[in-house]
Design a protein around this ligand. Structure first.
Ligand code: BQK
Length: 130
């Protein structure tokens, strides 16, 4: 009903704000756009479920997220893919793994500090009812 649409509108505003803040952070530049298959042809063979911050922003606008949990699941895809694709000890792998861990920790810290528990519970109840 109308109250649910008000709640989901507020969720989309929160998720857009978090996504834009992550996308503006220079550390996360590699995570802002889909990996270019021309540039990195073996990527799609190794990583079955690619994800990036621009795709997440598009999903917010397409009303794909009803809970913060679904949003965090997609952010988790980004950094887990980066850890999986960059397992080696060479400096470029280490640098992107460090940035992937920073993306994880930054996202979870924002959610812990800025998501109201009662608001989150209402979103979870809307998800269960659908
Ligand atoms: C996002 C990601 O996981 C990624 N990983 C890389 N790894 C490497 O280049 C490692 C792989 N092991 C051997 C030594 N090179 S480059 C790269 C990337 C960075 C961008 O700025 C844009 C983009 O589309 C992809």
């Amino acid at each position: 009903e109308e109250q649910e649409e008000d709640t989901l509108r507020e969720l989309r505003l929160f998720l857009r704000n978090v996504t834009e803040r992550l996308s503006q952070d220079k550390r996360f530049k590699a995570f802002t756009k889909p990996v270019d298959i021309e540039e990195v042809p073996d990527y799609i063979k190794v990583i079955r479920h690619p994800m990036d911050l621009s795709t997440i922003l598009s999903k917010v606008d397409l009303h794909k997220y009803v809970t913060v949990r679904e949003f965090v699941n997609d952010v988790d895809l980004i950094w887990k893919n980066a850890l999986e694709y960059n397992p080696d000890s060479d400096p470029s792998d280490r640098q992107i793994r460090h940035r992937a861990c920073a993306l994880k920790d930054t996202t979870h810290a924002i959610i812990r500090d800025e998501l109201d528990e009662d608001f989150n519970r209402i979103c979870e109840q809307i998800r269960e009812a659908r």
